[in-house]
Design a protein around this ligand. Structure first.
Ligand code: PMP
Length: 462
């Protein structure tokens, strides 16, 4: 394994960044007095300190220092139209003006209309809303356990489904993914979480053969997020469907990232696979906190009167919150109505982004690739994890490869690139992030010029 030491470079970058964003630096000093590590989502808490954002519009965010930052994180991949798109913010502003939006505690027509869109576009029969992807996957797993009367839950290594009891195993890489990611978890739960390998059909057969009869569910992202922003192969998703059916386990497709990203609906459809349950979040909220579990009526009914409300997916003060539902209905209607123009356009700008970025690193003779670039099942993806493998021709089709520091320079992807690009006023996560419809060719040029300067700066450290 090559071992690159970036500690001096990171120190240098941190010093420059403190001068580049002095107000954010000062806010950070205050922030750590009151907030653990200065904020509330570790992915945002860039070291030495995060930019404190004051406003955002389209492809850009502006920090407290007045730095205009080109953003490829785009709300944890939730902004398909960029930040604060007028399509959503205008009706929201008008609704608040008219006395609609904050009246939590009732239900309204928007829930019905939004659920109808989700059912139609994802082939689901019933929907229940919640407020985060974490809660959605937790309830989906609870439903699967109740429906099957089983307790084992299978997921893939590197898959992030949120920080609930079943989700905190097999996320972080530590010589493989067979690790529990948090202390404080009940052993009874973690011992029942089985970790298999993304895009490894043979392993999937092996695990189903071993424990298929005991499995409540297999939860899978058709396009994995944190584990590499890369699609599953068609063979893998179809095998998952076949085996879960055969063994009577519930197939949950976690589409918190992939839902409405590649078409106006689920990504499962692109694989010709209908899961039993699907979880949605991010894009469906139009920038507001909306998530959902959807799927087969005979499973979903376990939360309802007909099923005796045996599964307590019954609360949530802000579930179906009216302003959030208005944002959800507005964005989903917009995506459905404009599907034929939106998705090809997004694919086009995404493909251009990848080509342009690849040629920057090629010109600089730095080995850089997009994770999953050997998988063609979802072409021209707008999700991009830029990784730095040590060897040419390396297979990069699973988190076990992409997150293995012996195969890819993970520190370069996750730490160095982010801070170095931030100094160029470009915000990237996992090497790059996601393209949105707010990203135009001029933004790709700015991105590439920034990468080029960073690549030149990196050269002596590689
Ligand atoms: N599932 C997937 C696939 C995710 O990417 C995430 C969040 N990144 C979650 C679930 C959890 O969603 P949330 O952050 O809204 O709780």
């Amino acid at each position: 394994m090559m071992s690159r030491d970036f500690s001096k470079l990171l120190e240098e970058l941190a010093g420059e960044y403190s001068r580049h964003a002095p107000k954010s630096a000062a806010f950070h000093k205050e922030a750590v007095k009151y907030l653990v590590d200065g904020g509330s989502h570790t992915k945002r808490l860039i070291q030495p300190f995060p930019p404190r954002i004051a406003s955002a519009d389209g492809a850009w965010v502006v920090d407290e220092d007045g730095n205009k930052i080109l953003d490829f994180w785009q709300g944890h991949y939730s902004n398909l139209l960029g930040h604060n798109p007028e399509v959503v913010t205008k009706p929201l502003a008008e609704a608040f003006e008219d006395g609609f939006g904050g009246q939590t505690g009732f239900t309204d027509r928007l829930q019905v209309e939004t659920a109808e869109i989700i059912c139609k576009q994802t082939g689901s029969e019933r929907v229940r809303f919640t407020t985060s992807g974490t809660l959605a996957t937790m309830y989906a797993i609870l439903l699967a356990c109740a429906y099957t009367g089983r307790e084992k839950v299978m997921k893939v290594g590197g898959g992030w489904h949120g920080g609930h009891l079943w989700g905190l195993k097999g996320v972080g890489y530590q010589v493989g993914f067979e690790v529990v990611d948090s202390v404080g978890l009940p052993l009874g739960v973690t011992k029942d979480v089985v970790v298999t390998t993304f895009n490894d059909t043979e392993k999937l057969h092996y695990h189903f053969n071993q424990i298929g009869d005991e499995l409540a569910c297999f939860i899978l992202e058709p396009v994995i997020g944190a584990g590499g922003l890369m699609p599953a192969t068609g063979e893998y998703v179809k095998t998952a469907r076949k085996l879960s059916q055969h063994y009577g386990a519930v197939l949950i497709l976690d589409e918190v990232i992939s839902g409405f990203r590649f078409r106006a609906g689920d990504a499962g459809t692109l694989y010709d696979v209908q899961p039993d349950l699907i979880t949605l979040g991010k894009i469906i909220g139009g920038g507001m906190p909306v998530a959902a579990v959807a799927g087969r009526a005979n499973i979903m009914e376990l939360v309802g009167r007909e099923g005796g409300r045996r599964v307590k997916f019954t609360g949530g003060t802000f579930s179906g919150q009216p302003a959030s539902m208005l944002a959800a209905k507005t964005i989903l209607s917009y995506l459905v109505e404009n599907e034929e123009s939106i998705y090809p356009k997004l694919a086009e700008i995404s493909a251009k982004t990848r080509q342009a970025v690849a040629s920057v690193f090629e010109d600089e003779r730095i080995l850089a690739r997009f994770a999953g670039d050997q998988i063609y099942d979802i072409p021209n993806s707008s999700l991009h994890m830029l990784v730095f493998p040590y060897e040419e021709g390396q297979s990069l089709i699973t988190p076990d490869e992409v997150k293995n520091p012996e195969i890819c320079d993970v520190a370069l992807c996750e730490k160095v690139m982010q801070l170095a690009m931030l100094l160029e006023n470009v915000h990237v996560v996992h090497g790059l992030g996601s393209t949105s419809l707010a990203h135009k060719e001029e933004h790709i040029q700015i991105l590439c010029e920034a990468y080029q300067r960073v690549a030149k700066r990196l050269k002596p450290w590689l």
